[in-house]
Structure formats: structure tokens, C-alpha cells
Design a protein around this ligand. Structure first.
Ligand SMILES: *Cc1c(COP(=O)(O)O)cnc(C)c1O
Length: 415
């Protein structure tokens, strides 16, 4: 049965009833911009600007090196880990905040292989994000053929879980389609086969409720600058379940991962638990920004955020399905909200140019090769009317073929 078209007034009504209605004010999103790319780079929370000014001016610029103690810089990584732990559903001493997601992947993959001696395979799926697969391939190369990377289609993962698999490495929310793995089910299956599981939570942390402890997860990594709004290149995180701490070995023995870095002992002695995954001096400016970012999400409540994210993406999908017209788009994200992460993706042969045309009109999404238009519905700073307006903009540029201008076909370095 055809439903009545959704109007802008309908969307405004949803905003009026939204318990997160005022939260947009807490973030810097320019007027006239509809930001559907918080899954790539979250916007700054307003708190971050005064915090960084204070840090630069009074701490770094005032107390200089004394700030490591006077302003407790040295414990900042742990403070951020503690703020993050509830969003992951784990205890604070199972999380370390350091380095990038790629580097943490390397450290945890190497550690995982050592935790499963005799097993020689890192298993992953073809659609996984580039860095995950490259890091695994590089590690295998470094280990001189002792370990190999097995990459299969998603539908073949369970069959590929044999006695050789040391670790199953997957991204929880697919970066292209937004499809969500069943974390508990996949983790259980891998462990039943004797393997460890390493989840990449780049598109999960801060986007949806996680309960790594309940789901029995062994290892995880994730990103600080996407849904956690920690700033460009923000430090990433790594999680290791407590049961693996004793035997955990980092492949990078830096002084900050030493049991007592300021004793300057000639020999390495690992710090307790996940702290041994630290390598070098923590980036204080970036960590301070990330602390504001994590707080900005934690205080809004992850369950409320998830519920609104589903509301926003359902509205978008409904508009695309019912009102977009026949321009050759295909929805590639799962239709059921509980099987999706925070973004919705469309496929179109002219995806790159269409995304550029949208950006020129103030609707910022992104493009992922070969033909995916990706729209992130980060609910902390998006309104239902933004979804409606973004959709109308899409209809507009398709209707008058604005997208088909030569300038929209010029590929930038970053898509
Ligand atoms: C964004 C993203 C990363 C980013 O890794 P960096 O080391 O921060 O560049 C890693 N994995 C996935 C799945 C991502 O989406």
C-alpha cells in the first residue's frame, strides 16, 4: 500500500520530539552544512577548543615539562581509556589508548599469533578495509612464511575456520555497506574452532552499544576520530580481554610499555596488562582532544544515540525507496536496522561525481571506490530535517543533472 510522502514538516515533528534535539549545539558544524561524514571524521565538540587553548597556553606554554606531573599528562592515556571502556562494555584496565588503528592492528595480530602457537593462519574477509589486510600481509611477510593470510568471501568464513587458524580478524561494521557482523555469534564460532578473534571497531565505537565482555571478545582495535570525534588522526585504542594479559607479548617493545620507564633499565620488562602495548611518548594534544570527543558521546548516552541513528537512517532509506525516482541507485546496506551500523550506502555508476555535486551544495558524504556513496548518520549533531534536506538536494542534482559537470569528475587525493 503506498504511504503518503514524507514532508519536511514530518521531519521537523520528529526533531521536536527528539530527546537529543539540543545536542547539535555541542558540536561545531557550520550553518548550511549537512554533515553526513562523521563516520570518516567527526566534528569538534565545542569543549575541545577552550581545552586545547588552556593546554597550549597554561600547561605546555606555562608549566612546560613539569606538566607531565603538574597536570597529570602522564596518566592522560589511562584517563581516556577509562572514559572509553563503558562504550566498549569492558573494564578500564583492558583498554589502552595509543598509536593508530593500523599500528594497533599490527601489535594485536602479532600478539594473537603468539598466543596460538602451532596455528599458522590469519583469517579475514575480502571486503575488509585495506589497512587490516595490508597489516596482516606485512606481518606474514615479516614472519617469513611461518604465518599466512587467508582471505575469503564473507559467506565462506565459517567454513574456513579450521585447525590452522590462529586469529579471525574482522571489521564489525563493513566500511562500504554498513553491514554488521553478529559479534557474539562469530566470536563464539571462532573460539569453538580454537582461534582468537580480533574485531576492528572503527565504525562501531561511539556509533552503537558494544558489550565486548558479554560477547566474549578476545581482542579489538578502533578509531578515535570517527564517531568518537577525537580530531584528525586522533589516537586509537586496543582492547585485550583480561584472560590474555599474562601471556600477552607486544611486538614493539618501547619504553612506555616498560614496567618502569623512568628507571632506564637496560633490559625490557613488560608493564602490567595492556599497558605493555604502549610504545612511545603519548601525544598529549591529541589525547586531550580525544578526551573531549569521548566525553561528548558518552554523556549523550550510547543507547539513545543508537536509537536516533536508526531513526535517521530509516527516514533516509524510506525517502530513497519511495521518493527518489528512477536514477539508477541501489541501496547496498542491509534493510533491517539491527543488521546495519551507523551509515547507509547507495551504489551508483556515477557515485563519485554525485558525491562531489552534493558536497558543492553543502551535503557532505563520501565516496568509496568503485561505486559506493556513503552517508553517515551520526545522531549527536544531525536532525531529521537535515536528512530530509540532504535527500531533497540529492533529488535536485539528479533531476537537473547538476552532477554531470566536468568539475565533479576531477578526482581528489582523498575521497
Ligand atoms: C578508518 C578505518 C581504519 C583507520 O585506520 P588508521 O590507522 O586510523 O588510518 C582502520 N580500519 C577500518 C575498518 C577503518 O574504517
Amino acid at each position: 500500500m503506498p504511504t503518503a510522502p514524507v514532508t519536511r514538516e514530518d521531519a521537523a515533528g520528529l526533531d521536536a520530539a527528539d530527546p537529543l534535539g539540543g545536542s547539535r549545539e555541542a558540536f561545531c558544524v557550520p550553518d548550511g552544512t549537512i554533515y553526513l561524514d562523521g563516520n570518516s571524521l567527526g566534528p569538534p565538540p565545542r569543549t575541545v577548543i577552550p581545552r586545547l587553548v588552556e593546554l597550549m597556553d597554561l600547561e605546555w606554554g606555562g608549566d612546560l615539562v613539569r606538566s607531565w606531573t603538574a597536570h597529570d599528562w602522564i596518566d592522560l592515556p589511562e584517563r581516556v581509556a577509562s572514559a572509553l571502556a563503558p562504550l566498549l562494555g569492558v573494564s578500564p584496565d583492558e583498554v589502552v589508548v595509543a598509536d593508530s588503528t593500523s599500528v594497533n592492528l599490527f601489535k594485536l595480530l602479532a600478539a594473537a599469533v603468539q598466543l596460538r602457537p602451532g596455528r599458522k593462519v590469519i583469517l579475514s574477509e575480502k571486503e575488509n578495509f585495506g589497512t587490516d589486510l595490508y597489516v596482516a600481509q606485512g606481518l606474514a611477510e615479516l614472519l617469513g612464511g611461518e604465518v599466512s593470510v587467508r582471505v575469503v568471501e564473507r559467506s565462506e568464513l565459517m567454513m574456513a575456520l579450521d585447525d590452522d587458524v590462529a586469529v579471525l580478524m574482522l571489521t564489525h561494521v563493513d566500511f562500504r555497506t554498513g553491514a554488521l557482523h553478529d559479534m557474539a555469534e562469530v566470536t563464539g564460532a571462532a573460539q569453538k574452532a580454537g582461534a582468537l578473534v580480533l574485531w576492528d571497531l572503527a565504525h562501531s565505537a561511539g556509533a552503537l552499544p558494544l558489550d565486548l565482555a558479554r560477547d566474549g571478545v578476545d581482542l579489538a582495535v578502533g578509531c578515535g576520530y570517527k564517531y568518537l570525534n577525537g580530531g584528525p588522526g586522533a589516537p586509537a585504542f586496543a582492547f585485550v580481554a583480561k584472560r590474555h594479559h599474562q601471556a600477552l607479548n607486544s611486538p614493539l617493545w618501547g619504553w612506555m610499555g616498560h614496567d618502569s620507564p623512568f628507571d632506564f633499565e637496560p633490559d625490557y620488562l613488560p608493564a602490567e596488562g595492556v599497558k605493555r602495548l604502549r610504545v612511545g611518548t603519548p601525544p598529549i594534544l591529541s589525547l586531550a582532544a580525544l578526551e573531549c570527543g569521548v566525553e561528548s558521546i558518552a554523556e549523550l548516552g550510547i543507547d539513545r544515540l543508537r536509537a536516533k541513528s536508526i531513526g535517521l537512517s530509516e527516514l533516509f532509506i524510506e525517502l530513497v525507496e519511495n521518493d527518489l525516482g528512477d536514477y539508477g541507485f541501489e541501496i547496498v546496506s542491509p534493510r533491517e536496522p539491527e543488521r546495519r551500523g551507523g551509515h547507509v550506502s547507495l551504489r551508483h555508476n556515477e557515485g563519485y561525481a554525485i558525491v562531489q555535486a552534493l558536497i558543492a551544495e553543502g551535503v557532505i558524504g563520501d565516496f568509496r571506490a568503485p561505486d559506493i556513496l556513503r552517508f553517515g548518520f551520526a545522531p549527536a549533531y544531525l536532525r531529521y530535517v537535515d536528512v530530509f534536506d540532504a535527500f531533497r538536494t540529492l533529488v535536485g542534482i539528479m533531476g537537473d543533472s547538476t552532477w554531470d559537470r566536468p568539475e565533479f569528475r576531477m578526482r581528489a587525493k582523498v575521497t
